[in-house]
Ligand binder design. Structure first.
Ligand code: NAG
Ligand code: NAG
Length: 315
C-alpha cells in the first residue's frame, strides 16, 4: 500500500515536474522566438538603412553630380542665367555680328512655355511616335523633315502615313509648335543680347522619347558626352523644352553640363526650357533613363542663314 502510494506520489510528482519542464521550455521557446523577431527587425532596419545610403551615394556621387543648377521642385519665376567663358570653337566658323556668341552661358526658364502647352506638345509627340518608334530606348520625330524612328531605322512620316497624317496632326498642333519655338528664340535673343531676326531655326529640331529599354543601334545611345557645335557645325544656340517631369514621369534622364570643375545638372520639368551656347563651353550629356518615359523637344538655332530651316507645315 505504502509502496503503492509512494509510487502514485512518485507518478504524481514526476507529472508535476514534467509540466514545469514543459512550461519552462515553452517560455524559453517564446523568448527565443521573440529574440528572433527582434533580431530580424533589426537586421531589416540595418539593411534598409544601408540600401538607402547606397542609393543616396549612387544618386549623388555615382553620377558624379557636383551641383544641381535647377531642381524639378523649383518653379522659376525669373530665368536663371549662368555665364561660362566662350570656347574657341566659334573661331572655326564665319562670325555673324549681332548673333555669334560674344558672351557664353546657359540658362533655364519656366515661364516661356506653360505646362498646358507642354502637355499639348507631348500629346502631339505621342500621336506621331505611335506610328513608329525605335526598337531601342530612344525614338525621335522631326516634324520638319518628317523623320520618325522605326525599328532600327527611320521613315518619312509624311510619306509613310499618307492621308492618315491628317488624323494624327492638326493645324493647331503646328501653330502651337511654331508659336513656342518663336518664344524660345525671343528668350535666347533677349538673354544673350542678340538681334532675334539674325537668329535662325536650324536642323535637327525634333521631339525625343526616351525609356529604359537597352539601345539596339547607335541612334539609341543618347547618353554620350557631346558638344553640339562639334556634332553640327551650324549650331550656335541649343535649347531643350521638356515635356515631362523628372522623378514622377521618369527616373534618370537628367541633363548634365560636364565642366572641368564639376558636373552640373538641370532636372527636367514639363514646360521648362533650358538653353545654352552650342560650343565646347557647354559639353553635356543626358543620364540614362532608368524607368518611365521622358519626352523633350530639341530646338536648335544658327546664325548662318544658309543653314536656316522653315517652320513645318502640314502636307
Ligand atoms: C520603350 O519603348 C519601346 C518603343 O520605342 C517599346 O517597345 C518598349 O517596350 C518600351 N520599354 C519600356 C520599358 O517601356
Ligand atoms: C563628371 O562625371 C563623369 C562621369 O559622368 C566623371 O567621370 C567625372 O569625373 C565627373 N567630373 C567631375 C569634375 O566630378
Amino acid at each position: 500500500m505504502v509502496a503503492q502510494r509512494r509510487g502514485n506520489l512518485k507518478v504524481n510528482g514526476s507529472a508535476a515536474i514534467e509540466k514545469k519542464i514543459k512550461r519552462a521550455n515553452a517560455q524559453r521557446q517564446a523568448s527565443a522566438r521573440k529574440r528572433t523577431v527582434v533580431g530580424t527587425v533589426l537586421w531589416c532596419a540595418a539593411v534598409t538603412v544601408c540600401a538607402a545610403l547606397g542609393w543616396w551615394y549612387y544618386v549623388t556621387t555615382g553620377e558624379h553630380i557636383t551641383e544641381t543648377l535647377v531642381s524639378r521642385r523649383e518653379l522659376l519665376q525669373q530665368p536663371k542665367v549662368f555665364s561660362v567663358p566662350c570656347s574657341e570653337d566659334y573661331d572655326n566658323y564665319k562670325r555673324f555680328p549681332g548673333c555669334t556668341p560674344q558672351s557664353c552661358g546657359r540658362a533655364v526658364t519656366d515661364t516661356v512655355v506653360t505646362r498646358e502647352e507642354a502637355s499639348a506638345l507631348k500629346q502631339l509627340a505621342e500621336r506621331g511616335l505611335s506610328l513608329g518608334g525605335s526598337e531601342g530606348g530612344a525614338s525621335i520625330l522631326d516634324l520638319h523633315s518628317g523623320a520618325l524612328s522605326m525599328g532600327k531605322q527611320f521613315v518619312n512620316i509624311y510619306k509613310y502615313s499618307g492621308e492618315q497624317i491628317k488624323d494624327v496632326f492638326s493645324k493647331e498642333d503646328f501653330d502651337l509648335y511654331k508659336d513656342v519655338r518663336g518664344r524660345i528664340q525671343g528668350m535666347i535673343a533677349e538673354t544673350f543680347g542678340l538681334d532675334p531676326s539674325r537668329l535662325y531655326l536650324t536642323k535637327p529640331t525634333f521631339f525625343s522619347r526616351i525609356n529604359s529599354t537597352d539601345a539596339k543601334t547607335a541612334h539609341d545611345e543618347y547618353w554620350h558626352p557631346h558638344i553640339d557645335k562639334v556634332t553640327y557645325g551650324s549650331f550656335d544656340y541649343t535649347s531643350l523644352l521638356y515635356l515631362s517631369d523628372f522623378g514622377t514621369d521618369f527616373g534618370g534622364g537628367r541633363f548634365i553640363f560636364m565642366d572641368a570643375t564639376g558636373n552640373r545638372t538641370v532636372e527636367p520639368r514639363a514646360g521648362r526650357v533650358s538653353f545654352f551656347t552650342s560650343g565646347s563651353e557647354n559639353l553635356h550629356r543626358v543620364e540614362k533613363v532608368t524607368w518611365g518615359t521622358r519626352y523633350a523637344i530639341t530646338v536648335s538655332f544658327t546664325c548662318d542663314s544658309d543653314h536656316a530651316i522653315d517652320n513645318p507645315t502640314l502636307p
